[in-house]
Design a protein around this ligand. Structure first.
Ligand code: KG4
Ligand code: ZN
Length: 343
């Protein structure tokens, strides 16, 4: 696969191919990350500075604090990515950065760093949509090529996407209220688990009975989702145990079962309707044990199933570099501005 991109300063054409090194920077939320990826699939270095410890105190991400932390960390992660890869700036063929969606003050730090590097080394700049980056995590160390159906589940988004080619994708379903990760974090908070609650709730769920409590599944459009009713039902269930011992593991397991069964059902339906035979799981919640298990069980029905390695599920820059290599719908203009919501 060859792509021609122009350098920023002198506007010279550069061919991006299997041997090209792309450096990417990601700073959309609470991770400052830098990575160098060869040919879109081979990670040469992957550095992530997490702010979880800082935001834990507040029970969530405080945008202003996050932006300041990104400023502190961005040069450190860039230096570390060069060091781990054993390469210098002038050996990089293109620089990529996350444009959005995300927290504006946070995105600005990483995006401007990527633009500055591209200008300084006179190399192409490639601006990336964060959601496409999550999908691209599935290209790392695999032979995945479109077409495929993607289930994107993160802290901010829940979508079923029909990826027809590297340049053509359609969102065929999405949540009408809370994202899956958001629902996990809210229910986790309700039962007293520290931020981010998703992974902790997942752990407790693995110790519980998934059929202990029947929680409601929302009735919405064919491929759409709604998790706010489920969240309220979980809240009511917790309240019903006031003054008694809370069967925490069983509540978590029942919540996890309801969420994962809904996701599974809708993805299976999308595969059947489109006739696509490949499915990929993406986004931070792709790390969830039961969602992985159910989606991987689709392989028993003959589908080829992909899910990123754990370290590439939550925010990282390798997936951004991979998206820059494979996808066509990128933002390559030096003037591109960060955006907070999906476009
Ligand atoms: O993709 P991501 O790193 O950030 C966004 O772009 O939103 O996703 C973070 C979300 C958080 O809501 C976190 O609680 C959730 O992913 N998460 C999980 C698990 N690991 C991360 N949720 C459920 N089970 C997990 N194992
Ligand atoms: Zn993300």
């Amino acid at each position: 696969m060859n792509k021609i991109k122009n350098t920023l300063f002198s506007n010279k054409p550069v061919t991006i191919n299997e041997n090209s090194l792309i450096m990417a920077i990601e700073s959309s939320c609470d991770e400052t990350a830098c990575a160098i990826v060869k040919g879109g699939r081979e990670v040469i270095s992957n550095v992530v500075a997490s702010q979880i410890k800082i935001h834990e105190e507040y029970g969530g991400v405080i945008p202003e604090i996050a932006a300041r932390e990104h400023l502190e960390a961005v040069n450190v992660v860039i230096d570390e990515a060069y060091k781990q890869a054993g390469v210098k700036g002038n050996q990089i063929d293109a620089f990529a950065g996350t444009v959005g969606p995300g927290l504006v003050g946070c995105l600005l730090v990483g995006l401007n760093a990527a633009k500055s590097l591209a200008l300084a080394f006179d190399k192409p700049f490639i601006g990336i949509n964060h959601l496409n980056a999550h999908l691209a995590a599935n290209f790392i160390d695999t032979d995945l090529e479109p077409p495929f159906i993607a289930l994107l589940v993160s802290g901010g988004h829940t979508q079923i996407i029909k990826v027809n080619s590297y340049s053509d994708m359609q969102i065929i379903g999405e949540t009408i209220d809370d994202a899956v990760g958001e629902a996990y974090d809210k229910v986790a908070r309700l039962i007293g688990l520290p931020y981010p609650g998703g992974p902790k709730l997942d752990k407790l769920a693995q110790e519980g009975n998934p059929f202990a409590f029947k929680l409601p599944e929302a009735k919405v459009g064919e491929y759409d989702f709604s998790f706010s009713g489920l969240k309220t039902a979980a809240l009511r269930l917790v309240k019903s145990f006031e003054g008694k011992d809370l069967p925490l593991n069983d509540i978590c397991a029942s919540f996890q079962e309801t969420v994962s069964a809904t996701l599974y059902k809708k993805v299976k339906h999308a595969l059947e309707e489109t006739g696509y035979n490949q499915v990929v799981l993406a986004g931070g919640v792709a790390a969830n044990s039961e969602i992985r298990k159910k989606i991987f069980s689709l392989s028993e029905l003959g589908y080829k199933v992909f899910a990123p390695q754990m370290k590439y599920c939550t925010d990282n820059a390798s997936m951004v570099a991979s998206a820059a290599f494979f996808f066509e719908n990128t933002f390559d203009n030096i003037d591109v501005e960060v955006f907070s919501r999906v476009r």
